[in-house]
Design a protein. Sequence first.
Length: 236
Amino acid sequence: MQGKIVEIIRETVPDDGRHIWGPADLSGLLHERFAGYSYGISIGVKLDDAIIDSVVTGPTPEYWKLYQDTNIYLTGLAAEVAGKIAAMGVRSLAFAPTSSQLDRSPDFARTLRHDFSHKMTGTRAGLGWIGKSDLFVSLKFGPRLRLVSILVDYPLKPLQPPIDKSRCGKCVVCVEACPAKAINGKLWNTKIDRDEYYNAFKCREKAMQFSLAATGQDNHEICGICIAVCPAGRKK
């Protein structure tokens, strides 16, 4: 059965050098809301380098459009993969790239936490790690990508070893560049809590200010500076 699921992913996700994907064993890691699901699939697509490189002092209208378009694209791609898997008789649940009621915890307003994590699924699939800025840093593209995830109730074996700790080393580029001062430089690992290395509230406040200036709307949160400055994934 895993072979058939992998075949579906390979047939559906473009093999164009811009996409990455991998199955993940999430046993014991998921919130009780998702009981019955213990495995997942992580899919990522690379963001346009020229647009990311233009994010110097804050998000540009082009970056905002790229962000929105990529989210729409990945939502459709995940739904297509999940639908094909479901047609095989395997339960599946697709999550959109952006936060929604499906993955937000009940106390989200107070904690800015979610009951499901795309980044965790990506690390369990062996596709990358979580950086000092709480970004997912992929082995292939660095942080210059967006992720989407699908849960399934069929045992899937990762194609690559899961990644349990940061590979950022002593690099502090994002720490120094963050306009919100939301990053303290501590390295991520699977045992450290997010709040120990990253202040989500500081990041959100600054991102909302940037979003209002870039889009004229105050209900979005984008920045992109830590993505643009990260050495991982940048063209040499």
